[in-house]
Design a protein around this ligand. Structure first.
Ligand code: NAX
Length: 327
């Protein structure tokens, strides 16, 4: 049998946590033959820690064969000890009357502390996925706070946007989601992102040509994918949780086990290509193999795409400027 991997999840008693933990313990993320030790982090607050205990009781009650052990933590320095994977979900939500700048700063404090803890106690090979918003900038902050760890191992979640775009395209072109290749979502996990199906195809057949409707792209597809999070809040009264957990599972699953040549979207530190300044955590197409992602290089960027890619980049640069004093 394989040795267990240590996986830390923050915000473990939250909404996304409630959908995420059970699937990780079931082997959906790291493989059906891979035992896990779950390190669950919540704020030290008694209510949150009690809620976490309740979730752990339910995990016990599932008797998952792959769940080797679990532990509850109120401090990142113990939660992140020797971990192989970190899924950083917990973040400060926007409170009533809170300015964007305040939200950025509150989260910058959390992700500075968590980056430092990763730097101090996690395995040197730890791979990190940031889900908590603003996800790209939080990942940037954690990366900058962990100078002894490889920068490439800090990523942000664009996979929910990618999956949302897949499902909209499949419905429009009457094709199966599983058959869609080469979809891209560029930029920030925010309504400014740019889902781009110019390269997408089904068995080599161009989806852009199949749909052949630029008007639909600009007036339906882009806003539907971009504002999907808001539409779900409006309908459900709560933000996306099961679909967000599912996207986190997909992201780490593919990073760990590979994509067999399929393109997926990950927010990764830029290497400077496509005009994205080095280090900015930006959604790009990648393939994964042997536990490493490889960015797809050399795609043609037309004028409209350039404009959209710069728009979402500028938002990231503004977010970065808003937290620069803390780094
Ligand atoms: P919840 O408020 O239900 O849960 C968050 C949990 O995190 C709470 O239990 C809280 O106590 C805990 N927490 C807060 N600060 C913490 C810290 N410093 N250390 C450990 N735990 C901490 O939110 P939920 O719906 O689960 O969403 C979590 C985050 O995901 C939010 O920031 C949300 O905006 C973000 N999302 C990101 C998505 C993405 O695609 N990247 C999509 C879904 C989601 O909106």
């Amino acid at each position: 049998a394989k040795a267990p991997l240590n996986v830390a999840i923050t915000g473990a008693a939250g909404q996304i946590g409630y959908s995420l933990l059970f699937r990780i313990a079931n082997g959906d993320m790291l493989g059906k033959d891979q035992p896990v030790n779950l390190h669950l982090l919540e704020i030290p607050d008694e209510k949150a820690q009690n809620a976490l205990k309740g979730v752990m009781m339910e995990l016990d009650d599932c008797a998952f064969p792959l769940l080797n052990s679990m532990s509850a933590h109120g401090d990142a320095m113990t939660a992140f000890k020797d971990i192989d994977y970190a899924v950083l979900v917990g973040a400060r939500p926007r409170g009533p009357g809170m300015e964007r700048k305040d939200l950025l700063q509150a989260n910058a404090k959390i992700f500075t502390a968590q980056g430092k803890a990763l730097n101090a106690v996690a395995k040197r090979t730890v791979k990190t996925l940031v889900v908590g918003n603003p996800a790209n900038t939080n990942a940037y902050i954690a990366m900058k706070s962990a100078p002894d760890l490889p920068a490439k191992n800090f990523t942000a979640m664009l996979r929910l946007d990618h999956n949302r775009a897949l499902s909209q395209l499949a419905a429009k072109a009457n094709i199966a989601v599983a058959d869609i290749e080469k979809l891209v979502v560029w930029g920030n996990h925010s309504p400014t992102m740019y889902p781009d199906y110019r390269f997408a195809n089904v068995a080599g057949k161009s989806i852009k040509e199949m749909i052949n409707d630029e008007e639909w792209n600009k007036t339906v597809f882009l806003p539907t994918v971009g504002k999907r999070g808001g539409a779900i809040i409006e309908a459900r009264g709560l933000s996306s949780a099961a679909s967000a957990a599912n996207a986190a599972i997909d992201h780490i699953h593919d990073w760990h086990l590979g994509t067999n040549g399929k393109w997926v979207t990950m927010g990764i530190p830029s290497d400077g290509s496509y005009g994205i300044p080095e280090g900015i955590i930006y959604g790009v197409p990648v393939t994964c193999e042997n536990g490493e992602y490889q960015m797809i290089q050399g795609l043609e960027i037309d004028a409209y795409s350039r404009e959209r890619m710069d728009f979402t980049l500028n938002e990231l640069l503004e977010e970065k400027a808003g937290v620069q004093d803390l780094l």
